[in-house]
Design a binder for this molecule. Structure first.
Ligand SMILES: Nc1ncnc2c1ncn2[C@@H]1O[C@H](COP(=O)(O)OP(=O)(O)OP(=O)(O)O)[C@@H](O)[C@H]1O
Ligand SMILES: [Mg+2]
Length: 331
């Protein structure tokens, strides 16, 4: 079900997202061409005491388009990392299947790079060694010079030039996180899976890396699935924001289409009136609706086709967000 909300005239309301009034669009399913990644009815259950089981989520459906940047938001424990691990092929779903680029995911692949919530670096290898190891796994026939050149480039991208020969134990948490980002970027995956990749970084480094990662993903056409707890980060980075209700038995409450243009001007973001309506909607979800919706989904809710919220920006908002440097993109 798709919902079109003109941003200024119809700010988001709390409660069900199915509140379209006159602006309602017809129900629709996602065309096959838009399903570069397709999460199809997956469940994850863990054994619980007494021979029972706990259901983290079940019957979860989510399509992702080729080249889109998807952020998932939801409270701790709702199953975000579990979804990411299943996308990575590190965990198998208890039920259901995930299709990526036409094939069911049955294990890990170098087409899918993961930036973990923990850093998951090899402690005995240096920064260069960690990144080069990934590069040489990706390009097995590459010579040492090429491998190191690719690794150096990725290390420089995350601002760690000069630290190539340090080992993880000599790095701060934020530096380790940046090595993880460099390692993922270096292998130029088709799909980038990121679990709170910027959470340990100071504000300045976070902003710089968000810009870099978004630039690289837009330029290379990578498809990105990223988990974040940071609402502003999701608005800045995502094309679509997936909102998960609280667990257990978490659900995709809705999918919010980000109306911001593909090329974004960070300095103008907060000046657009539409920005705050979107931000308030996401905050309201985290503060209230993530719990109320877990307890009672609105009538007509269909897990297979979660409501899609499509806010629209006014021309003035769009122009402000594009900035004066990118007039061609307004057409
Ligand atoms: N190996 C396991 N055995 C039992 N339960 C598990 C296991 N791994 C995860 N869980 C449970 O699954 C649920 C979802 O965990 P997950 O790590 O996916 O949450 P999350 O949304 O990523 O949370 P956070 O925001 O804190 O990272 C949690 O309740 C967790 O306790
Ligand atoms: Mg997690």
């Amino acid at each position: 079900m798709a919902t079109l909300l003109p941003f200024r005239a119809s700010p988001f309301r709390s409660g069900s997202s199915d509140n379209t009034g006159d602006a309602r669009m017809p129900s629709q399913t996602t065309p096959q061409s838009e399903k570069f990644i397709s999460i199809e009815g997956i469940a994850r259950r863990y054994p619980a005491p007494g021979g029972t089981s706990t259901t983290v989520f079940e019957n979860l459906w989510l399509p992702m388009r080729r080249g889109e940047f998807v952020c998932m938001i939801g409270h701790s424990g709702c199953g975000k990392t579990t979804v990411l691990n299943i996308l990575a092929g590190l965990e198998a779903p208890s039920e259901g299947v995930v299709i990526a680029d036409g094939q069911a995911i049955e294990g890990t692949s170098l087409d899918r790079a993961v930036i973990f919530q923990g850093h998951a670096l090899l402690p005995w290898r240096t920064v260069l060694g960690n990144v080069a190891y990934a590069v040489s796994s990706r390009w097995r026939k590459a010579g040492r010079a090429e491998v190191e050149a690719r690794a150096h480039k990725a290390i420089a991208t995350v601002g760690l030039a000069g630290s190539e020969h340090k080992r993880p134990s000599e790095l701060s948490g934020g530096m380790k996180q940046r090595v993880g980002i460099a390692r993922a970027l270096a292998i130029e995956p088709k799909i980038l899976l990121m679990d709170e990749p910027f959470s340990a970084l100071d504000a300045l480094t976070r902003g710089t890396l968000q810009d870099e990662v978004r630039r690289i993903c837009v330029e290379t056409g990578q498809t990105v699935f990223m988990i974040t707890h940071d609402v502003d980060e999701s608005i800045y980075l995502a094309d679509r924001i997936v909102l998960m209700t609280n667990g257990p038995q978490a659900k995709v409450a809705e999918i919010v289409e980000n109306p911001l243009p593909k090329v974004r001007d960070r300095t103008q973001l907060h000046h657009a009136p539409g920005y705050y309506a979107l931000r308030n909607h996401l905050m309201d979800f985290l503060v209230t609706r993530s719990k109320t919706l877990r307890d009672a989904m609105p009538p007509g809710y269909d897990q297979r086709h979660p409501p899609v919220i499509r806010p629209s920006l006014s021309d003035a908002d769009t122009a402000a967000l594009l900035g004066a440097e990118a007039p061609a993109l307004r057409a």
